[in-house]
Design a protein around this ligand. Structure first.
Ligand code: PEP
Ligand code: MN
Length: 302
């Protein structure tokens, strides 16, 4: 067997260059979100569902924003009910109770949601609820989990491991793909580097890799401006930078009201207020229409 990632490669060792993949996520609202369909997909929500009120509030605001801007088919929810935490004494999410809150948010708004999986034994159960599965940076090379996700019958967002080379990330995606699931969205979320030690940058974004992943694989590539920033004041700049680099979408953590920041048990400092997030979405839409066409090389990217 050749040591490659032939299922997801854009130009496999044998055979012609393959078409890019569009990864679709259907909403109860009747709209399909299409990652890689040429328009930025906005995944938004709390780091983690902590209460029903918080989860529903963010979902309602996301829905109202989507309707106001005419982009309902481009907005979906996020929220990690099962949280991988660096310290075992940190709060680790509400588990299935959190999933029930996300279900309620989807039920009310019609917006589909993505949630993180960690335990191979829970993937089937979570897949009966969630519209899309997320594999986080810490599990990016958990090969058993990748294979189980490949058999779960749901599209998957695969974050890049924070110390992974691009090729290791593509091999990780191949573990999902070779189980028969090509509905994979790659997500760059920053790395640990010399520069993350000083504390001004939680994870160092690798923006160049967006272009590289598009060149090497057929998969859509999104960007996570929240975990590269660690600070809500620089999330927007990073989000716009990823658009300039051709990201197919973004996954961003938000807050329903400023007073909740003190109560938020994980990633509070990087959460954007929804009205701030809405302004950024407007900026992305302007970027798409007015600036992106000027950035592409003569003849286009492909
Ligand atoms: C998250 O999305 O909240 C998360 C834990 O992300 P990452 O795996 O990139 O740290
Ligand atoms: Mn988070």
């Amino acid at each position: 067997m050749p040591r490659d990632y032939s299922n997801i490669a854009r130009s496999p060792a044998s055979g012609p260059t393959r078409a890019r993949r569009v990864v679709s996520v259907d909403g109860l609202d009747g709209y399909t979100r299409r990652f890689g369909g040429g328009k930025h997909i906005f995944v938004v929500g709390p780091d983690s569902p902590q209460s029903l009120e918080q989860t529903l509030s963010i979902a309602r605001m996301a829905k109202a924003m989507a309707e106001k801007l005419g982009i309902v088919d481009r907005v979906m929810l996020r929220g990690g009910a099962f949280k991988p935490r660096t310290s075992p004494t940190d709060w680790r999410g509400l588990g299935m109770r959190g999933i029930a809150m996300l279900d309620a948010a989807r039920e009310e708004t019609g917006l589909p949601y993505v949630t993180e999986i960690m335990d191979i034994n829970l993937v089937d159960e979570i897949s009966t609820h969630a519209d899309m599965l997320q594999i986080g940076t810490r599990n990016a090379q958990n090969f058993d989990l990748l294979e189980v996700a490949g058999r779960a019958g749901r599209p998957v967002i695969l974050k890049r491991g924070f110390a992974n080379e691009a090729q290791e990330w593509f091999f990780a995606a191949e573990y999902i793909a070779n189980q028969g699931n090509l509905d994979i969205v790659l997500c760059e979320r920053g790395m640990k580097t010399l520069f993350t030690k000083g504390g001004y940058c939680r994870n160092q974004p690798d923006l160049n890799v967006i272009h590289h992943a598009h060149e090497k694989t057929i998969l859509p590539v999104i960007f996570d401006p929240s975990h590269v920033s660690g600070d809500h004041r620089i999330v927007g700049q990073n989000l716009l930078a990823s658009c300039a680099h051709g990201a197919d979408g973004s996954i961003t953590e938000t807050l329903h009201m400023e007073s909740f920041r003190r109560e938020q048990l994980c990633d509070a400092g990087q959460a954007l207020l929804m009205d701030h997030y809405t302004r950024l979405v407007e900026a992305v839409l302007i970027f798409e229409q007015q600036i992106a066409p000027k950035l592409s090389p003569v003849g286009g990217w492909d």
